[in-house]
Write a protein that binds this ligand. Structure first.
Ligand code: ADP
Ligand code: MG
Length: 260
């Protein structure tokens, strides 16, 4: 890698919605910020949830990462600094149009990767919040990422989504000529529910056990509350299980060399 020290790109992806992608992106970014690094948040979901949690609502698509994809507008011109000190490349509803506009050619799906590799493009680690489709935006995230982080909420449909991700990544392997680094993260973990244990057991059977995070994100109402207040879990409830679990995830990824 030719990145400066302290820099890595994590894409948070699952083809299923509602599994904790945005929650994970938000709180991983916050954990990075807490360590004194300036994280780059990239919102590639037309639903704009991550941008909204940061209190950013671009008026037009031109003010969002849409213009980077449509007319190669420099990322630095789109970037906004958030209240929490992260740098945000915000999303816009019109991102949903990009598939029909751009197609999926190699030059298109590597556009974000190329831009993030420009000297000085990354202030610190980047975290990309993806949408629940394997579209041109998610392909850009996958091609740019050093690590794919796949949240799997503790239910069977979410596990199906993870299996779909696994198949999609394996299909891309001939292009990358290597196994794409990935970690599956169990979210909304509730030890009292039998389904949680069943999903966890199945995860270790159908996925590679070493690619399942040791950290589990427990079901925690504070995690669900904090976005409506436009804050991350460390600001909203620093002593909560959610804060402890996302701090543990940060440490695990750091220890595994995925964050620097
Ligand atoms: P996605 O981005 O994959 O669609 P979200 O991060 O938006 O998923 O999470 C879906 C819903 O689940 C949101 O309402 C969120 O607040 C809630 N949620 C996510 N993780 C947890 C958790 N560990 N405990 C409780 N609620 C959670
Ligand atoms: Mg989301």
């Amino acid at each position: 890698m030719r990145y400066p020290r302290g820099v890595a790109i994590v894409a948070v992806f699952n083809q299923k919605g509602g599994v904790g992608k945005t929650t994970t992106a938000l709180n991983l970014l916050a954990a990075i910020g807490q360590r004194g690094q300036r994280p780059l948040a990239i919102d590639l979901d037309p639903q704009c949830h991550l941008s909204h949690v940061f209190g950013v609502h671009p008026r037009t698509a031109e003010d969002s990462i849409y213009s980077f994809f449509t007319r190669q507008r420099p990322l630095a011109d789109i970037a906004q600094i958030t209240k929490s000190g992260a740098i945000l490349l915000p999303a816009h509803l019109e991102l949903a149009k990009l598939d029909t506009m751009l197609g999926k050619g190699v030059n298109v799906v590597t556009r974000l990767r190329v831009a993030l590799h420009e000297p000085g493009a990354l202030p610190g680690p980047a975290v990309i919040d993806c949408c629940p489709l394997l579209n041109v935006l998610s392909l850009n995230a996958i091609f740019a990422a050093d690590l794919l982080l796949v949240p799997v909420s503790a239910d069977f449909l979410s596990l199906k989504g993870a299996e779909q991700v696994e198949r999609a990544l394996n299909a891309l392997e001939p292009v990358f000529k290597r196994r794409l680094p990935r970690r599956y993260l169990l979210t909304r973990y509730d030890a009292r529910r039998r389904m949680t244990a069943e999903v966890e057991g199945r995860m270790r059977e159908v996925l590679r056990a070493e690619e399942v995070c040791v950290t589990r994100i427990r079901e925690n109402v504070k995690l669900a509350e904090s976005p409506s207040m436009e804050v991350d879990i460390f600001r909203h409830a620093p002593g909560s299980r959610g804060a402890l679990d996302y701090a543990a995830l940060y440490e695990e990824l750091l220890g595994a060399g995925f964050l620097r």
